[in-house]
Design a protein around this ligand. Structure first.
Ligand code: NDP
Length: 287
């Protein structure tokens, strides 16, 4: 078997196009231009690339984008004051703080993220939005796992009744993915670094999601023949070489569908952010 390759750019283009149509409707019907503020602290080169990419995508779709760049020396209070300002700004509907924060204020990350108005929390990290996701009343959902679900839907891959296994239990990927898959009636197992007999568990998966951050950790013998493999991992193994958590060349011979790295799930995250900005506007307008 050679798997169908699920290229992120095809799905990201569809997600962005539907966001663009929604942006036009908000402008025409409500006279509202959606606005996103991205707060970046310091000079982390990877973060700067991500922020530029978000800004460019906003411009493509007609979303107002404001990049708030604070110096490396910014304090927790500087950041909280900036968030308060953006919470009160009616032209800004979505706020995100680019992570990771510099070491000096990293320990305050939760306090800083929790200051964002939950209705403007387009990353879906605020405890209020996490709680809504857990009780099955989602509003703003973390972009990467939400993008994976959207991709499976667009690819016509059934989730209902499937056995899903997630490797990784982070708040950003693994845990929200559990709730999203469960809400779609999959039977879900979440694995982590204390899981015993991991290959035995992963071989049960009809849908296997790898989100651990370990290059090529998931080998072909860990995958059931015909499984759908979603590789969320992004691992830099050389200055210009990224690989996923899955050994792609071997897995492609066993799976029925698989996302590549690069070029897979990574491209969906920014597209879903745009969709979340549109959702945030609608929540704030009550439409
Ligand atoms: P974290 O480091 O926060 O979490 C990793 C998880 O993997 C933990 O739950 C950990 O278990 C688990 N894990 C680590 N080693 C093993 C092992 N040997 N066996 C089983 N489980 C293990 O990572 P993130 O969730 O933030 O990110 C995961 C990957 O996804 C990274 O490569 C990251 O770069 C990528 N990513 C990609 C995004 C995108 O495409 N846009 C967005 C976000 C992340 P434990 O809890 O026990 O420590």
């Amino acid at each position: 078997m050679t798997a169908r390759i699920l290229y992120g750019k095809d799905f990201a283009a569809q997600i962005k196009e539907s966001a663009r149509i929604e942006v036009d409707k908000l402008k025409n019907n409500f006279n509202v231009t959606p606005g996103l503020a991205v707060v970046i602290v310091g000079e982390n080169p990877a973060s700067q690339v991500y922020v530029r990419n978000k800004h460019k995508t906003c411009e493509e779709l007609g979303i107002k984008s404001e990049v708030v760049a604070l110096p490396e020396t910014a304090t927790k209070d500087d950041l909280l004051a900036k968030i308060d300002e953006l919470n009160a700004d009616k032209s800004i509907h979505g706020i995100l703080v680019q992570l990771p924060l510099p070491d000096a204020i990293k320990s305050h990350s939760d306090a800083i993220l929790n200051r964002i108005d939950p209705l403007k929390d387009v990353d879906g990290f605020h405890p209020m939005n996490v709680g809504k996701l857990v009780i099955g009343n989602p509003a703003l959902v973390p972009c990467t796992p939400a993008g994976c679900i959207e991709m499976l839907d667009l690819a016509g891959i059934e989730i209902d009744g499937k056995r899903a296994v997630i490797i990784g239990r982070s708040n950003i990927v693994g845990k929200p993915m559990l709730h999203l898959l469960m809400a779609r009636h999959a039977t879900v197992t979440v694995c982590h670094s204390h899981t015993k007999n991991l290959p035995e568990v992963t071989r049960e998966a009809d849908i296997l999601v790898a989100a651990m951050g370990k290059p090529k950790f998931v080998t072909a013998d860990m995958i059931k023949t015909g499984a759908v493999v979603v590789d969320v991992g992004i691992n830099r193994i050389a200055p210009k070489k990224l690989v996923g958590d899955v050994d792609f060349d071997a897995a492609v011979e066993v799976a029925s569908a698989i996302t590549p790295v690069p070029g897979g799930v990574g491209l969906l995250t920014v597209a879903m952010l745009m969709k979340n900005v549109v959702t945030a506007v609608k929540l704030q307008l009550g439409v």
